[in-house]
Design a protein around this ligand. Structure first.
Ligand code: UDP
Length: 481
């Protein structure tokens, strides 16, 4: 049978947290735009987060739908939910749906830890989505394979990650808790991934060619590299309604940015999950003020201290996380914009006035910074962010490190505050004119261009999407599971 006439039905089952849900929705939209009949499976309240994007695609004739499961996961709809939220309430509804509507393949986020078994039992081909790139997974895998972390005596003595194409140094204190104690934490995620027939990676070959090859050849993963998926958001509406609707008037924000010189504003954001404590926010404010640079600073939810929960709850109202008179000074001098809540990150990053990005190095933010051609101040905190930092500063050489040293367990009490001087120095290094800063800017713009080309017709990611669809068609024709 000619493969062109075979249709492919793909399901996408995103997780509830922003850094995983947002790119999976983009991925479903990308596959639908290449002709795969795509269905996003979600709870009714989560579906509201991306309904508008999907409706717009449908109106353009793209074959994408949302299927809502008759269940809810309480307290997760604002996409700030962490990776350990229990989603097993969706198990039975998912199973029922899959039994009555078996797809040709389902893409599952790895944080639905239980879903692999359910899907395998129904003999549906599954693809895992881990949300990260090739580089961090190579780093993680080689540490797991070759480094005896448990017997390291020092938390802060750097070690070189063996067998990688570049010299990558980390310290024990920057490793996730499961990598520090591998004997206590069996690698559940790896098992989940190993039993899938392939992996979809939101990256592009030209960003990390050695690591894409390494992932495919050395780690033996069948990996489809299909990003940057955020580039499927082309209209202003798509960019402002991605994840959640923004809590600021985007026109006002754009007008403010329009009034600024090119590359003169630094954008500061720590993603969808992390909550910074007041003492850290205070240092950022002082550091930004001392840098003398204009900024857009997104302050999401604020972390309450375990000891002082009630007291700090009251403090919240009084804005005790900002220095006295800070906001008034920034308003008067027209220097800074503070966004409380959710910002249209893509829209802001792509604005010509933005010249730098202080980021926690979540994989999506890292990619989005790269695609916007913006150098970064790297401030990793948790997950695989310390590896992402090394990619930005040591491999791609498009950023400077703020100097964060401690990997934080999700929800754990803050160990170490990065002081205002470090913030000031890093921001100035990136934003003041110097040969080093100019070179970083040139390098990141070149990579951004490669990212754009990768998703255009004939580009590497474009071809990978088509190749996966073709493989699914072939499997269908051959009757494979
Ligand atoms: N994001 C956004 N506005 C915000 C905060 C986050 O649009 O105010 C988006 C951001 O563009 C990115 C995602 O949320 O796509 C965050 O993912 P990332 O991997 O960077 O970090 P995480 O939230 O997983 O820590």
């Amino acid at each position: 049978m000619a493969l062109e006439i075979v249709s492919v039905k793909m399901f996408f089952f995103p997780f509830v947290g922003g850094g995983h849900q947002i790119p999976m929705i983009d991925t479903a939209r990308v596959f639908a735009s290449h002709g795969a009949t795509s269905t996003i499976i979600a709870t009714p309240s989560h579906a509201l987060n991306f309904q508008k994007l999907v409706t717009r695609d449908q109106n353009s004739g793209i074959p994408i739908t949302i299927h809502t499961l008759p269940a809810e996961i309480p307290d997760t709809t604002d996409v700030t939910a962490g990776p350990f939220i229990d989603t097993t309430v969706l198990l039975q509804p998912l199973k029922t749906f899959l039994l009555s509507h078996p797809p040709d393949c389902i893409v599952i986020d790895m944080f639905h830890r239980w879903a692999g078994d359910v899907v395998d039992e129904l003999q549906i081909p599954r693809i895992v989505f881990t949300g990260n790139g090739c580089f961090p997974r190579c780093v993680q895998e080689n540490i797991r394979k070759y480094v005896d972390v448990e017997s390291m005596s020092s938390d802060y003595e750097p070690f070189v990650v063996p067998n990688l194409p570049h010299k990558v140094e980390l310290t024990k204190s920057q490793l996730p808790i499961f990598a520090r104690n591998p004997s206590k934490f069996p690698d559940i995620m790896k098992k989940f991934e190993d039993k899938s027939f392939a992996t979809i990676i939101n990256s592009f070959y030209e960003l990390e060619p050695e690591y894409a090859d390494y992932t495919r050849k050395e780690l033996g993963k069948k990996a489809w590299i299909v990003g940057p998926v955020s580039l499927c958001n082309r209209s202003v509406e798509d960019k402002t309604q991605r994840g959640k609707s923004s809590t600021i008037d985007e026109q006002g924000c754009l007008k403010w940015l329009n009034s600024k010189e090119p590359h003169s504003v630094i954008y500061v954001s720590f993603g969808s999950l992390v909550r910074l404590p007041p003492k850290q926010l205070m240092e950022i404010a002082y550091g930004l003020e001392a840098s003398g640079k204009s900024f857009v600073w997104v302050v999401g939810k604020i972390r309450k201290s375990e000891k002082n929960k009630e007291e700090e709850e009251e403090d919240d109202d009084e804005e005790r996380w900002l220095p006295e008179g800070f906001e008034e000074r920034m308003k008067e001098s027209n220097r800074g914009m503070i966004v409380r809540g959710w910002a249209p990150q893509l829209l802001i990053l792509e604005h010509g006035a933005i010249g730098g990005f202080v980021t926690h190095c979540g994989w999506n933010s890292t990619l989005e910074g790269v695609c916007a051609g913006v150098p970064m101040v790297t401030w990793p905190l948790t997950a695989e962010q310390f590896s992402n930092e090394k990619l930005v500063t040591d491999v791609l050489r498009i950023g400077v490190q703020v100097g964060s040293r401690e990997w934080l367990r999700f929800g754990e009490e803050w160990k170490e505050v990065v002081g205002r001087e470090k913030v000031e120095i890093a921001v100035k290094k990136l934003m003041e004119e110097s040969e080093e800063a100019a070179e970083m800017r040139v390098r990141v713009k070149k990579i951004a261009e490669c990212g754009r080309r990768a998703v255009e017709q004939g580009g590497t990611s474009y071809q990978d999407v088509d190749a996966l669809i073709r493989e699914l068609k072939q499997r269908k024709v051959n009757g494979h599971v």
